[in-house]
Design a protein. Structure first.
Length: 163
């Protein structure tokens, strides 16, 4: 059974809708979609494209728009990343090289799409949020982190220099 995650009225901050040409680096929390931030759910609900990995909790994408592109860009332990391979979790050879993930994020933002890069847990703790953020910044793309990020991960305190 598929469970749709719904926001309660007034739960998300005003103006939390994903903006065109911006990539949002969003963490899916500790494994339960009920523990995801209201802002992350709002961004998922408004994004044109969501690039996700295999570590997001079941149901994390339930609130995505029906017309949103859901693109798997995860890695499988012990698997060699395949460039240009048909995507889908759970299949051998479906790991996506980090450079390809970065390129796809840049391409989608340059096409004027609102993009969420959804990662399991926190995108900057044991993730590649820093690498992805730097690649986006170097390409001139407006990259933003989930505003619910712990203070220790913010700019000037060890985290990447993203808004």
């Amino acid at each position: 059974m598929t469970r749709r995650v719904r926001l309660l009225s007034g739960m998300a901050p005003q103006g939390a809708n994903a903006r065109a040409g911006v990539v949002y680096l969003v963490g899916a929390g500790p494994g339960d979609p009920g523990l995801m931030t209201a802002r992350s759910l709002e961004l998922i609900a408004s994004a044109d494209a969501i690039y996700y990995d295999r570590l997001i909790p079941p149901g994390a994408l339930d609130g995505a728009r029906p017309d949103a592109d859901l693109v798997y860009v995860g890695k499988t332990p012990g698997d060699v990343p395949q460039v240009g391979y048909p995507y889908g979790p759970g299949k051998r050879g479906t790991s996506v090289a980090q450079g390809e993930t970065n390129g796809r994020l840049v391409e989608a933002a340059r096409a004027g799409r609102s993009v969420v890069r959804l990662k399991g847990g926190d995108p900057f703790v044991f993730g590649r949020g820093g690498e992805e953020g730097e690649a986006l910044r170097e390409a001139g793309i407006d990259a933003r982190r989930d505003e619910q990020m712990p203070r220790s991960m913010r700019r000037g305190e060890g985290g990447p220099s993203l808004r």
